[in-house]
Ligand binder design. Structure first.
Ligand code: 3PG
Length: 404
């Protein structure tokens, strides 16, 4: 018997189905426009299927985190989803106010409504047990209007937030199609890891990555970790390199200073299995300049350097299993796309099994037209690496418990 329900287990016709999707997307800070609609397209399958089956579909999602410049409303997500689905997706700029409840109650079968960014509600950012989350205002207010809860948000499944786990306690719950597929494909990749196994860890969320490094090195899953992005800068700093005041400040201001200590410990314990950049790219007089790590000026690091790219590409070529999470640099700027793009190309040309996880690196892969060259392109960054590190995903555990 399957460990959790899927959409196939419920007759959704004429029922109100609350669907947690993860349409958290890169947004251009200057125009405020969505830069990549990969996740919106992914969830279209689940949404359409429910709508075709006659459900009244209520979508719940988040965009970014409080304090970030892409922490926006979901109004343009609704428009983009309408275009992708070729069906009208209504939007209400509220989560559980009376007007949101009225909008839910007035839905007819096949109709779709997107609620506001769940993280506008401060309780959402707290990580707690499903039982605790079931008592939040969000869950208490919406549950009476919902027949089924479907969690399709694989990319956020490692978070134990109210919108992800709270409804599973009292509302019959199931995994959506994206959740089902991701769990199946990643689990089968995990059951079959071949060595050498390389983890390429970059991006802007080092908290997830540093934990994963420790796990996959300790349990022998990874033979080598190639660090890039902010993760690379943190490990580089931990190695004793002078990364420049501006980069140290950036790391400290983001609250990641303790990761430097953790990285020092990892370097001590695992030696050269933990790789970090030997050169970096900065912007000087408007141009990209590649600089050896012994000579980094007080300038922001925007990419790994050409020698690091070559060193990492060699490891990728010889690996039998490569997992990549997060871009190597600010790939949205063509001057600093080289690290991200060359390493994606190296993966595409590798004979090993390749798994790409995370919205930004998935977008870069799609931008290069290389999706079909990868073993699996996961919509989840943190969720995917947590799974590869052998951790349980809070939202998946909640779905399993809900079935029991
Ligand atoms: C992601 O993009 O990884 C998911 O949407 C989760 O976002 P979070 O790391 O802000 O919780």
């Amino acid at each position: 018997m399957a460990e959790f329900n899927t959409i196939d287990d419920f007759d959704v016709e004429n029922k109100t189905v609350l669907v947690r999707v993860d349409i958290n997307s890169p947004v251009d800070p200057s125009s405020g426009l969505i830069l990549d609609d990969t996740r919106l397209k992914l969830h279209a399958q689940t949404i359409k299927e429910l709508s075709v089956k006659g459900a009244k579909v209520v979508l719940l999602a988040h965009q970014s985190r409080p304090g970030k410049n892409d922490f926006t409303t979901l109004s343009q997500h609704a428009e983009a989803l309408s275009d992708i689905l070729n069906l009208r997706v209504k939007y209400i700029d509220s989560l559980f106010s009376n007007s949101a409840k009225e909008a839910i109650q007035s839905l007819k079968p096949h109709e779709i409504l997107l609620l506001e960014n769940a993280r506008f509600f401060s309780e959402e950012s707290l990580s707690r047990t499903p039982e605790e989350q079931s008592k939040t205002l969000l869950v208490r207010n919406l549950s009476p209007f919902v027949d089924y809860f479907v969690n399709d948000a694989f990319a956020a499944a490692h978070r134990s937030q109210a919108s992800l786990v709270g409804f599973t306690v009292d509302t019959p719950s199931a995994a959506g199609r994206v959740m089902e597929k991701e769990l199946t494909v990643i689990q089968s990749a995990l059951d079959d890891v071949e060595h050498p196994c390389v983890f390429l860890l970059g991006g802007m969320k080092p908290d997830d990555s540093i934990d994963v490094m420790e796990n996959v090195l300790s349990n022998g899953t990874a033979d080598s970790i190639l660090t890039t992005g902010i993760v690379g800068n943190i490990v580089l700093w931990a190695s004793g390199a002078d990364i420049g005041e501006v980069n140290r400040e950036f790391i400290t201001n983001k609250g990641y200073a303790d990761m430097v200590e953790k990285s020092k410990d990892l370097i001590e314990r695992f030696g050269d299995k933990v790789k970090y950049p030997i050169d970096v790219a900065c912007e000087i007089d408007g141009e990209r300049v590649d600089i050896d790590v012994g000579e980094i000026p007080n300038e922001a690091i925007f990419d790994i350097g050409v020698n690091t790219i070559a060193m990492y590409a060699n490891e990728i070529r010889d690996a039998k299993y490569i997992f990549a999470n997060g871009p190597a640099g600010v790939f949205e700027d063509p001057k600093f796309a080289m690290g991200t793009e060359d390493l994606i190309n190296a993966m595409a040309n590798s004979e090993g099994f390749t798994l790409i996880g995370g919205g930004h690196i998935a977008a870069a892969t799609a931008g290069l037209g290389l999706e079909d060259q990868m073993g699996h392109l996961s919509s989840g960054g943190g969720a995917c690496i947590s799974m590869l590190a052998g951790k349980k995903l809070a939202a998946v555990e909640a779905l399993k418990n809900s079935k029991k």
